[in-house]
Write a protein that binds this ligand. Sequence first.
Ligand SMILES: Nc1ncnc2c1ncn2[C@@H]1O[C@H](COP(=O)(O)OP(=O)(O)O)[C@@H](O)[C@H]1O
Ligand SMILES: [Mg+2]
Length: 360
Amino acid sequence: MINQVEVKNVYKNFGDVKAVDGVSLEISQGQFFSLLGPSGCGKTTLLRLIAGFEMPNSGDILIDNKSMDGIAPNLRPTNMVFQNYAIFPHLNVAENVAYGLRKKRLSKDEKLEMINKSLELVGLSGLNNRSSNALSGGQKQRVALARALILKPKVLLLDEPLSALDKKLREQMQSELRHLQRVVGITFILVTHDQEEALTMSDKVAVMFDGKVEQIASPRELYERPSSKRVASFIGTMNFIDAIGSKSGEKIKVENRILGKFELPQNQVSGNHVNNKLTLGIRPELISINPRKSKSADFIEGEIEEISYLGETTYYKIICGKDIEPLNVLTQNSFGQMNYKVGEKVKLNIDKDNIVGFSG
Ligand SMILES: Nc1ncnc2c1ncn2[C@@H]1O[C@H](COP(=O)(O)OP(=O)(O)O)[C@@H](O)[C@H]1O
Ligand SMILES: [Mg+2]
């Protein structure tokens, strides 16, 4: 795959704040790439560095193998959609969309054709003369998208573009945005603090904390093989259990009082082995309650402490002993299945194949 954007060891400070603290990453052409992390971790700053609104203290940013050092935002093959839309209220929809064309020598007809094409892409055909004040939040976001796309950037930068929308509309726009990216075929770099949004939309995700990138991976890899406890708990829910681990050939032997002894492949255990201490990470859906096949001794006794019924799924907190945190367990619901009650004693089975380990 061809690299479209390369961020090479970039640092950006604001006074004492290390907003971007030595970031390197590569984004290939046509990729839907997300920067994911908690508020304040440097996502917007990194996006603004790529756009050219900020200059790095050191390091370099390349687009299509060309250094962007000293190149003004309007001369870069990028365009940005801002968090607050930045729609001009005194201009109508078509005027907003055409804003970036005002200095270009184009005939009225050419402009109109470009405006109409952009509006069609975002599903706003025919709204050319609508006043910006008469638009819903979702429509404003579409206008902002059309305005960015009309300039045919090679890279579209989106800073939390959906965060102001309510849940239903946000989910709809997520799938539309993903579809739009496939239609236009250009590279999208999305900033979001919402892990579900990053997982559903992206080909690749960079998870950031404190100005640094902690892991870059596909959504599935991030969820199933998080490289650190921090990534694991930021993305979805993870049960953490302390254990002892020791290297044994290609495997890691694991031992824990309630889980017993088992082995994990080395690529499921990250970090260095220090003092044999290991934290196991177990996703809630890897644990099943009262499994039929648990006649063997291979189950854990527990007591239900809390139940959250969510329609398609149910979340349980289950106490399994004094020395471990209650386990989070997720079950898929089906009609006519067993209902459990708070206080009920249950047997748990854990799919050990997909446990991950963190050490050092
Ligand atoms: N222009 C600025 N001046 C001073 N500090 C800034 C500026 N922009 C961002 N910061 C600081 O840099 C850090 C990263 O900010 P930002 O990139 O906006 O994070 P995010 O988008 O992940 O929430 C924060 O501590 C923020 O307060
Ligand atoms: Mg931000």
